[in-house]
Design a protein around this ligand. Structure first.
Ligand SMILES: [Zn+2]
Length: 323
């Protein structure tokens, strides 16, 4: 018998079977409000009794998903991936990560005689990664972005094609990409396994997928509990661990693990702490502490310990390149 965590399903939410194995036996993991965007409601994660995947159930129906992404949601995306126009430590940290990822990808996808290597970044947002890859010789890049205005702006800024909409609706040829990247995208998808299978069809034989998702088995997630920013209910449909991500990638036909990159504990800890303070402290006190934590000196003080923690303990994200 399927165990429901919430006593009733709220309007706009739908029940779902496991997004990995299709099973419908699940046990509650946690439930709570939308700590980040404050969309009204209670949301829940369950663990599949058959394969162990932790997924949101019930979850926003696909047709209702827009109401869970307020206009200012992009600010989180830009904090994670953008900040191009901003100076300072955070922008430098993010650029350093993007450069490291681009070099890993460049090293793992050997040049092809007679043509440029083709990269598709799905969920490219403001195009920071596309821009980083553009600087490397021998790459032809393009993007996919759900938000039409962002897609147009990124395409105009970089002079590269950016398809606006779900990637399955673009007329990409099978086997036409050498590399596909998914930064903070897979956990948002309603049918992640089916999407991964489609992505694999777009890759040429031997082409690589580089994917980043929050790691719910990470030390940051365990420290922060239900306030961990990587849960981001109700927008994240899955809370992956390295094990369940590997299972899903395997089910989609990917097998060989080529590289890993640790990241993310700094931003995850900062956001999670804010969610915990918002829930437990008077608003002026929480706001004051948050301002102090965002001060450049405070950021500088925690930067090195966080970098070391990422390296030693694996960060707050799973970043894995597979073929
Ligand atoms: Zn399952």
């Amino acid at each position: 018998m399927a165990i429901k965590q919430l006593s009733s399903i709220e309007p706009g939410l739908e029940a779902t079977a496991c997004l990995l194995c299709g099973g419908d036996l699940a046990t509650p993991v946690l439930h709570g409000p939308d700590y980040f965007m404050h969309v009204a409601g209670q949301y829940a994660l369950v663990r599949c009794g058959r394969c162990g995947l932790v997924y949101q159930n019930p979850r926003p129906a696909l047709g209702q998903i827009g109401r869970y992404y307020p206009q200012h949601y992009g600010s989180y995306g830009s904090a994670q991936q953008g900040l191009k126009a901003r100076r300072g430590l955070m922008a430098a940290v993010i650029r350093r990560g993007q450069t490291a990822r681009s070099r890993l990808l460049d090293a793992r996808v050997p040049p092809v005689a007679g043509r440029a290597r083709r990269l598709l970044d799905i969920g490219c947002a403001s195009g920071l990664f596309l821009e980083t890859m553009q600087r490397l010789p021998g790459w032809q890049v393009e993007g996919v972005e759900l938000d039409q205005a962002t897609a147009q702006a990124t395409s105009a800024r970089l002079g590269v094609p950016v398809f606006a909409g779900p990637f399955e609706q673009a007329a990409f040829q099978c086997g036409s990409f050498d590399a596909i990247t998914l930064w903070d995208v897979l956990e948002h998808l309603h049918e992640p396994l089916s999407s991964l299978r489609s992505i694999r069809r777009l890759l040429r034989p031997g082409g690589v997928l580089f994917v980043r998702v929050p790691d719910s088995a990470s030390y940051v997630a365990r420290l922060c509990g239900r306030f961990w920013s990587g849960y981001d209910l109700p927008r994240h449909m899955v809370a992956f661990t390295p094990h369940t991500l590997a299972q899903m990638l395997g089910a989609a036909g990917f097998s060989q693990v080529l590289a890993r990159y640790p990241s993310g504990s700094y931003l995850a800890a900062l956001h999670s702490l804010r969610f915990a303070m918002d829930a437990g402290l008077p608003p002026p006190v929480a706001a004051s502490i948050h301002r102090t934590l965002l001060h450049p000196l405070a950021r500088a003080a925690v930067w090195l310990p966080q970098q070391l923690a990422d390296l030693a303990l694996g960060g707050s994200n799973i970043e894995v390149m597979v073929a």
